[in-house]
Design a protein around this ligand. Structure first.
Ligand SMILES: [Zn+2]
Length: 74
């Protein structure tokens, strides 16, 4: 079996491309860089639910919950 991956295969990118529907352009975003899974589906950084709502990424607030003592870092 050939030891290689077919990066250009539709199946390879399926599920990893931003699925945000750009109504004005009548197409999906389709960006594959920086895509992360969300409840609504894979989304690129520009089309996360938070980004669309004009809110900061929820992930950024996790640091507040897991805050390290600032004194510990010299
Ligand atoms: Zn997108």
């Amino acid at each position: 079996m050939p030891d290689r991956t077919i990066a250009s295969s539709p199946a390879a990118t399926r599920g990893r491309a931003c699925r945000y529907w750009i109504a004005r352009e009548a197409r999906r975003c389709g960006t594959t860089s920086g895509v992360r899974p969300y409840i609504a589906g894979p989304r690129c950084p520009r089309h996360t639910p938070a980004a669309l709502a004009g809110q900061p990424e929820p992930g950024n607030t996790l640091h507040e919950h897991n805050a390290f003592p600032k004194e510990a870092t010299a």
